[in-house]
Design a binder for this molecule. Structure first.
Ligand code: PHE
Length: 445
């Protein structure tokens, strides 16, 4: 019998998986990369990827974890055999986790900074120009960024040390619906603004000419990033699942909620962008230069602003925790080091790596590797390459290596037709999708 911790019940698990998926990826990254990549066509590819690639791989990942009952590397060995080459997917995941958290926490720090400013009521007395300048000021101030990044990482480390049960389960239940509610409120408010129809047009009209090769890759990568796929997060969370669970149902629920939140955030932010004649392709600072201007114009705006940044902080924390859990679970189990020590060590290392992302906006802004600063480099390598390739390996592993019998047992509650569809989705559809889209970016066709 395994002595590992498990979720208290299936609801706790579903909330945790949703908490992992919904985070800065939905509220900060999706709007900003949709803006940089010209809107509609990018959004369509992203949605298609979620459905055809993301959902099947989500199920496959959960399956490996639940069967393996171990971390993202050992689970491959348990479900296959010791030393199996497929564990490479797990190793790539470890690397991706470290790279992603190092910049994710820096952005989490920006959110904390904006929460602090909201508490001080700073935005309320400012003009739109001043608000738009705030993030630029923060970018230049690396000490301030270090401070908030430190606070964010400390929170993440604290929660991971507390472990699966004592950590987030309780808060998840209240705060995730609250975030949803506040987004709906903002959505209702922006329908009254001039830029609303332009925002809808921008996000949902398909204009293939606006799409670049890099944009296609970004859409693929983001479908993995936003669902927390391809690096063993969902696998690790699945490994804390003891009860039998209808995996496809969970996958569809999480993907649906995650996409909904991203789209709502997108509509809200682009309405503000078009109403105030801002630049849709402004980059990573997009939400920070738009949302405070919206709050200023709303009744009760100062409270809303405080609540919003607080809830986004929470959403970011539940995701960050799920990222750190991947290497922590591995090192604890593999090397028998205590959870606390492991978390402090890995968390501390990631904290220091975050400095490279912070310096990308100031003292090291002209250090470029492959034409990218560290912040962009870590994001692009992990999200656009490591996650899709890791996900493809996971999909092929379950589809071909574990094969039909595994799929039949994972989906035993479903009719044969559903099982066959799923089997071929992970055998061919999802991996081929990744290869075709990546090959396109590499100029193979
Ligand atoms: N899905 C999270 C988000 O959208 C980020 C994340 C990526 C979490 C990869 C875990 C693994 O914010």
């Amino acid at each position: 019998m395994s002595t590992r911790a498990h979720w208290t019940n299936r609801i706790a698990f579903i909330l945790a998986a949703t908490g992992s998926a919904i985070g800065l990826g939905n509220i900060w990254k999706f709007p900003y990369i949709a803006g940089v990549n010209g809107g509609g066509a990018f959004v369509m590819i992203y949605l298609a990827c979620i459905l055809a690639i993301g959902v099947p791989i989500f199920i496959a990942e959960l399956y490996i974890g639940q069967k393996g009952q171990a971390n993202a590397i050992t689970s491959f060995e348990i479900t296959d055999k010791k030393g199996t080459p497929w564990q490479i997917a797990g190793w790539m995941g470890m690397l991706a986790a470290i790279l992603i958290l190092s910049f994710y926490s820096v952005v989490g720090g920006w959110i904390l900074d904006f929460e602090y400013r909201s508490l001080l009521g700073e935005f309320m007395s400012q003009t739109d120009e001043q608000i738009q300048g705030t993030l630029g000021g923060l970018f230049a101030d690396w000490k301030r960024q270090m401070f908030w990044h430190f606070i964010f990482m400390t929170l993440v480390i604290g929660i991971v040390i507390a472990g699966v049960k004592n950590g987030l389960e309780r808060w998840n239940k209240i705060l995730m619906p609250a975030l949803f509610a506040i987004l709906i409120l903002l959505l209702v408010r922006v329908t009254m603004m001039d830029g609303f129809s332009q925002a809808i047009g921008f996000l949902f009209s398909f204009d293939a000419s606006k799409l670049t090769k890099a944009g296609v890759l970004e859409a693929v990568g983001h479908s993995f990033f936003t669902l927390s796929l391809g690096m063993g997060t969902i696998l690790t969370y699945g490994s804390y699942l003891s009860e039998r669970e209808r995996l496809p149902r969970v996958a569809v629920q999480v993907a649906f909620l995650d996409t909904l939140i991203a789209l709502i955030a997108g509509v809200v932010i682009f309405t503000v962008v078009f109403s105030f004649n801002l630049e849709p392709g402004a980059g990573p600072g997009l939400i920070f230069s738009t949302l405070p201007s919206l709050f200023v114009k709303m009744t009760g705006g100062s409270i809303l602003s405080i609540a919003f940044f607080l809830l986004v902080t929470f959403a970011a924390l539940t995701s960050a925790v799920s990222i750190l859990e991947v290497p922590v679970a591995f090192v604890c189990e593999k090397y028998g080091i205590g959870r606390k020590k492991t978390t402090l060590l890995i968390g501390g290392f990631i904290y220091l790596m975050g400095y490279l992302s912070i310096f990308s906006f100031n003292i090291m802004s002209d250090v470029k590797i492959l034409g990218l600063n560290f912040f962009d480099l870590f994001d692009k390598i992990s999200s656009n390459w490591l996650l899709p390739i890791g996900g493809m390996l996971i999909s092929l592993f379950v589809g071909w290596r574990l094969g039909k019998s595994a799929v039949d047992s994972a989906l035993s509650d479903y009719p044969p037709f559903a099982r066959t569809t799923f089997l071929w989705s992970i055998r061919v559809l999802a991996p081929l999708g990744v290869v075709l889209l990546m090959g396109h970016t590499l100029g193979w066709w």
